[in-house]
Every structure is written in structure tokens, then in C-alpha cells.
Design a protein around this ligand. Structure first.
Ligand code: AMP
Length: 185
């Protein structure tokens, strides 16, 4: 049973590390960014509502992502654990997650804070070249992270759940650090 949150700026490696952990521990990686991109690709009502915010590098409404997470966490494959990647991204989302996990009697085990220098982040995102990885959107996503998501570091630290992990190095090196953080906890 693995129940963790991967917290980190865009480009910090949450997606890559989350996928590796999902295989290693046989639990689903739940990434709100992926779920939102699927909704946009399907041109669903939710996708159409989310697209403008995503293109601008702003957060999609808390209500929208919380609804998605509620559906996803209550589906059978998440019964044995989950890796949350890119959620929560605001205090309101973190508080709602606490409520939901209390309700499900599945409290969070650990929050891994992937730390990477801003300069390296910009370089990585520029190389990645996803649709919303234009220079202006990248800059805005980093500003949104600092303003709305970074307060979660203190939030989880106060609850004794936070473990900082150095997010620079090879995928294998970083994975090793995360595994140590999880298993040593
Ligand atoms: P990501 O794939 O995690 O980089 O997310 C891509 C975009 O989806 C973000 O820039 C946001 O616009 C949106 N998004 C993803 N997760 C969330 C979330 N938890 N809350 C609000 N917006 C989100």
C-alpha cells in the first residue's frame, strides 16, 4: 500500500518518477494534468472548460480537479494505494484531499517534494516542448506554482508528512532517493 503525493514545480520530474513508482509498487499514478489533457482531447464539456486555463498556464478550477480526483480515488484500482502527481496544487485542494482521504480511511503516507533549480526547470520544459510549454506559459506556470502551490510545502511540513528530495541527477538516482524516502519513513 503506497499513498503518496509528488509535489514539485512543473518540470521537476513528477510525471517521470510517478510512472516508475507506479510500476515498482503496482499502484496507479493519478495525474490531474493527464486527466485534463484527455478531457481536452475528447472535447468533453470539462475539457472545453479547462482548456483556456491550461493554455495560459493558470490553474483549472479547484471544483473541477477535485471532482476528477474524487472519481479517480474511489475507483477500484486505487483501493491499494495511489501516487498523486500534480494534485493538490492549492491549499483548498489539499484540504479537500485530507477530507476525502479521511472519509475513505486512507490517510496520506508521505509527500515527496522534488526540488530542482528554476534554471534547470526552464531548460527541461523548453526541451520537452509540450503544447503548453511556450516560454510565456512556462514563466506563468512557475509563477502560479510559487504563489499557489508552494504554500503546500509548509502545510505538509506542519503535518509531519513532507520529505524533500533532490530532483537533479539521472532518473535512476532520483528514483533511488524517493524509494529511500518512502521506505525509510
Ligand atoms: P501538468 O501536466 O501537471 O503540468 O498540468 C498541466 C496543466 O493542467 C496545468 O498548467 C494546469 O492548467 C492544469 N492542472 C493540472 N493539475 C491541476 C490541478 N491540480 N489544479 C488545477 N489545475 C491543474
Amino acid at each position: 500500500m503506497l499513498k503518496i503525493v509528488l509535489l514539485g514545480a512543473p518540470g521537476s520530474g513528477k510525471g517521470t518518477q510517478g510512472a516508475e513508482l507506479a510500476t515498482r509498487y503496482s499502484v496507479p499514478q493519478i495525474a490531474t494534468g493527464d486527466l485534463l489533457r484527455e478531457a481536452v482531447a475528447e472535447d468533453s464539456e470539462l475539457g472545453r472548460a479547462a482548456k483556456a486555463a491550461m493554455d495560459a498556464g493558470e490553474l483549472v478550477s479547484d471544483e473541477t480537479v477535485i471532482g476528477m480526483i474524487r472519481d479517480r480515488l474511489t475507483s477500484p484500482d486505487a483501493a491499494n494505494g495511489f501516487i498523486l502527481d500534480g494534485f493538490p496544487r492549492s491549499l483548498a485542494q489539499a484540504e479537500e484531499l485530507d477530507r476525502l482521504l479521511t472519509e475513505l480511511d486512507r490517510p496520506l503516507q508521505r509527500v515527496i517534494h522534488l526540488q530542482v533549480d528554476n534554471e534547470e526547470i526552464v531548460q527541461r520544459l523548453t526541451d520537452r516542448g509540450r503544447g503548453d510549454d511556450t516560454e510565456e506559459t512556462i514563466r506563468n506556470r512557475l509563477a502560479v506554482f510559487a504563489a499557489q502551490t508552494e504554500p503546500l510545502v509548509a502545510y505538509y511540513e506542519a503535518r509531519g508528512l513532507l520529505t524533500p528530495v533532490n530532483g537533479s541527477g539521472t532518473v535512476e538516482e532520483i528514483q533511488e532517493r524517493i524509494v529511500r524516502a518512502i521506505e525509510g519513513a
